[in-house]
Design a protein around this ligand. Sequence first.
Ligand SMILES: Cc1cc2nc3c(=O)[nH]c(=O)nc-3n(C[C@H](O)[C@H](O)[C@H](O)COP(=O)(O)OP(=O)(O)OC[C@H]3O[C@@H](n4cnc5c(N)ncnc54)[C@H](O)[C@@H]3O)c2cc1C
Length: 408
Amino acid sequence: MSTAYTYLTDDHLRLRDQAQEFGHSVIAPYVPHMEAAGTHTDREVPRLMGELGWCGVIIGAEYGGMGLDHLSKTILISETAYFSGAAGGVLQASLIPTVAILYLGSEEQKRLWLPQIAAGLWATVAVTEPDSGSHVLGMDGTAHRKGKQWIINARKCFIGNSGIAGLHVVVVRTGRPGDPHSLSAFLVEADRGGIEVSQPDLVGMHGFTCGNMHLRDVHVPATHLLGEVGDGLAAAYTASVVCGRPNLAATALGLHRRVMDETIDFLRGRHRKIGKRHRETRRLSDYPVVKYRLADMKSRLMTAERLAYDAVHLLDEGRACDGELVQSKLVNNVAAGESLRDASSLHGGYAARTDHPITRLMRDIQLVGAPAGPDDVQRYRLSEKALRADRTEWSEEFIRRTRRSAAA
Ligand SMILES: Cc1cc2nc3c(=O)[nH]c(=O)nc-3n(C[C@H](O)[C@H](O)[C@H](O)COP(=O)(O)OP(=O)(O)OC[C@H]3O[C@@H](n4cnc5c(N)ncnc54)[C@H](O)[C@@H]3O)c2cc1C
């Protein structure tokens, strides 16, 4: 992170240092183990991050959280992802449902759940279904009211943290298809009967689970409804725009910075014999063509970093910023992918070795594109902005509602 950001405070920099220290001493030595284990649910790194209180980074101190801003959250995620995409994935995924609870939760729900999350309870937001994908309103999963209970039936897929979560924020259909108020959100404890979690193999982020959830006749009390009946789309969109997009931007940023550093180390460490008698050597990083590629990578990284930090700073300032949040994810994901292509080329044959750090980064970045919407969905959202076709500014709604409840 450059110190060129005038809005970074000493507290932000201290948090960055703390995250880097944790990354060096705890995450980095653990990564070979996570890689060797392949797709699995790691519990150790999440446990240690939970002990540091990071699940509660944006939860107010009155609910036992760290009470920090969205910029602090971005710092934690990107610094963590720098050391391990999986660790960044775990952290970012749990903060998305937290935003849904902050946005829609009743005071009782906040008092019950936020202190537990702040103390290290991991959470999921379960929206995506196999058939509807990013078309959230097209989902088939349902909840029916029976007396004082809701009964939920749904098949969810790609649910981040499904293997470690103690709490799920589940969005399902409670009304007629097509109606924007036909979805509702529920707080569902992981140990309620009827929830089956399975984990397909993933190309990267080994240790992070992103699995299928089958909810069969899961009964929850009426008090577990988040917000009102019909607030499900607002829960999903607010969480995704206000938190999901910037979280994935931060994850991509951490991976991108690591790509840059790994590539520079690699190029500086490789020499060519030159001169008539091969008495001199030249580092690969000294070749003009190589420098040209490095310049492109650095330029992309600087632009991406600026967008990731500026977008959440706007949110912290209380300004409507959906476009900036969406753009920060799109640019960070695209830029990290382009830099990886350069890095792959610059690594020559080593980019083909699965045990080389650069190939772990290539695998991990695959898991940043789809969550909180693939690139084309971000483009679609930005085109709506350009055409002034979108109606709700989710960041504005979130700011208004959370400020009101803080003032109450
Ligand atoms: C690592 C990972 C973590 C995830 N975490 C979660 C989670 O915690 N909770 C959760 O609910 N979901 C999660 N997801 C799911 C993610 O949100 C979906 O994968 C995403 O919304 C896209 O849905 P889909 O994969 O079904 O693709 P589809 O929606 O089928 O889209 C496929 C492609 O079609 C095109 N397309 C589709 N719709 C549009 C459109 N409106 N405009 C333009 N082009 C379009 C795009 O090219 C898109 O890439 C995660 C996914 C991954 C890979």
